[in-house]
Design a protein around this ligand. Sequence first.
Ligand code: PLP
Length: 414
Amino acid sequence: MSIPPSFQDREVAVSRDAASPLRGRREMFLVPDGTIYLDGNSLGALPSAVPARIADTVTREWGQGLIESWNTAGWIDLPRRVGAKIATLVGAGDDDVILTDSTSVALFKAIVAACRLRPDRTVIVMEPSTFPTDGYIATSAARMLGLEVRWCDPSDPVRALRDDVAVLCLTHVDFRTGAMFDLGALTSAAHDVGALMLWDLCHSTGAVPVELTEHDVDLAVGCTYKYLNGGPGSPAFTYVAPQHQAAIDQPLPGWMGHARPFDMERDYAPKEGIGRLASGTPQILALSALDAALDVFDGIDHPTLRAVSVSLTDYFITLVDARLGSQFEVVSPRDAERRGSQVSLAHPEAYGVVQALIERGVIGDFRTPDLSRFGFAPLYVTHVDVFDAVEHLVAVMENREYARPSYSTRNLVT
Ligand SMILES: Cc1ncc(COP(=O)(O)O)c(C=O)c1O
């Protein structure tokens, strides 16, 4: 593709930001000065409303309200209230989403529950390049239930679908490459063989609009600390389609999912609806932070979010092509229709490249063996960030900064 010289002018980035429908949203975040943050696909930035909300939850609600706050501050309903906010971001009904555990645990509950809805079937279909936890959890669930995991071809999951499949479980946007599955088409394909569809939305929600109700998705889980900016370790969400809720039999039926938790009955009787996905006491501090964090999405519609995300990732790819040519392989799909809000570049020295960028204030991350990943959270990443990040990348390559001896030992969290 030939790039007009003017495209490589920083003023182009400035004017794109000025015209962006999301201009001004960045001011709702506390991104440190001098930092270009392209790692919101791993840990989202801090929304400025969060510190005060946590302080209030701790000092007033907990400190003064003490145990009363379960009622007076509405703690007991917080998993559902926050779920309703997330529902708007995933195209679901307000009553169909709940916040519970980590994504790994939520996934375990969803996989087992899905298999129990299809008791005459013996197979869980997984995709081998999925995030590792998904495969580990599915394998253990299969072992527990006497089922089998069938690993599908990532380029054609449909070929693994037969009438023995209980559930097809896929990650919507791939954590390594940013490649995005066609959520509607694959959900229909699963239904065609009578299977249920379970989506892991960790790398979509908050950056890639998802329409769960419209596409008749059965179950979904997702984390809240990436594009939803809930903070490190914030709890996961689970969606169950309304038509399945009455029959859902999840494998960790704790007291918080009981219809009458404070009657302390010996036998379990699940709550009506999505509430039965709860197990133990909700994580109120983390949920309060997430509740405040989600307000940054107020008033933004799905097409706007997507348009800005695509504009940022397209711009990054175009500039990398123009300024760095063949030095990097763009492993993310070039077709925006098949790409999430992330671009991954392959290079044999990717670890050093990422570390050298971090030293320059450009934060992306590394995934073994040779990927540098860059996430473009549309609410706080700007086109100027993209332009400047690519300029830094050019300097890292020209000066061979990636080859510093200190980068020969890898950090645990990269
Ligand atoms: C796609 C995907 N699924 C699952 C997980 C696991 O999430 P958790 O650590 O919250 O259990 C992650 C974590 O990054 C992820 O990216």
